[in-house]
Design a protein around this ligand. Structure first.
Ligand SMILES: [Zn+2]
Length: 272
């Protein structure tokens, strides 16, 4: 590799490192550069309708009805009903014990943070029951530095490619047991040591599909983290350097709810 190539990598590494530092000019530019288009804003949420993949057993998921029409009323409004946990949604800590915080009470600063993307697509193709290992977390840190405090850690399994095909997305076996990858308790313990703000995944659950005890739910939500589930395709989000804005519906007393997740991706972080 020539001198130019090496310096290119060096500049890239510095840029990636800079974005992880708080109060650095680069991070500030992420927001300032939205209007010019230099910063790309990716929407990681699915549009809500009644055709999304529900949790097994959920039959009534979403209904919308027209209340007023321009023709009849001069304006257009609808009303809707939906599950709190449907489509791209957030699990508030109170969703599983010993968590207590409802969705409206999640501290706002916890909803903004550096995106850490751990790509386990290769493992997931080989093993639908794959659990994120501590080794993979350490491997990410070897390349990108220590996972920063306040990070939102996203598990990219590739399962979004199966959406919204319920059969392929849930991947149930003959006994009705689901099979898709997830976080492991061991890996989440390491992430909690890093003082992250939340977890996210492109599957139906932060726990793997075959989980019977929802150990990650109990552990992470119990510690006051939140989980974002059914994120859309994460292919545009680099493994480090993007910034996430997590905006859940502010349902008073809610166990969670529909969430809009935005990833801010700077020019220098466009997928390597
Ligand atoms: Zn949920």
């Amino acid at each position: 590799m020539g001198v130019l190539g090496r310096s290119g990598i060096f500049v890239g590494c510095v840029a990636a490192f800079m974005t992880l530092l708080p109060q650095n000019p680069h991070r500030d530019n992420l927001l300032a550069n939205i209007s010019s288009g230099k910063t790309r804003v990716l929407d990681l949420s699915y549009a809500i309708n009644d055709k999304l993949v529900p949790w097994p057993g959920d039959t009534r998921v979403f209904e919308a009805q027209v209340n007023a029409t321009v023709e009849k009323n001069g304006y257009f409004t609808r009303s809707f009903w939906m599950l709190e946990h449907y489509g791209t949604h957030l699990d508030a800590p109170i969703h599983f014990p010993p968590g207590t915080v409802t969705v409206d009470k999640i501290p706002t600063k916890q909803l903004f943070g550096p995106a850490v993307v751990i790509d386990v697509r290769a493992e997931a193709v080989k093993d639908a029951d794959y659990l994120l290992s501590v080794a993979r977390v350490e491997e990410w840190e070897k390349r990108n530095g220590r996972i920063p405090e306040g990070a939102i850690v996203l598990l990219r399994t590739g399962w979004a490619a199966r959406w919204p095909d319920a059969q392929r997305y849930r991947n149930e076996d003959a006994h009705g047991q689901m099979h898709f990858p997830g976080f492991s308790v061991e890996a989440v313990k390491v992430l909690m040591e890093r003082k992250i703000s939340g977890l996210g995944c492109d599957t139906l659950s932060a726990d793997y599909g075959a989980s019977a005890d929802f150990a990650v739910h109990h552990l992470a939500l119990g510690a006051g983290l939140y989980q974002v589930e059914n994120l859309s395709d994460l292919s545009g989000v680099p493994e480090a350097g993007a910034f996430l804005i997590v905006a859940p519906i502010k349902l008073e007393g809610g166990s969670g709810g529909a969430v809009r997740v935005f990833a801010l991706v700077g020019e220098s972080e466009v997928k390597k």
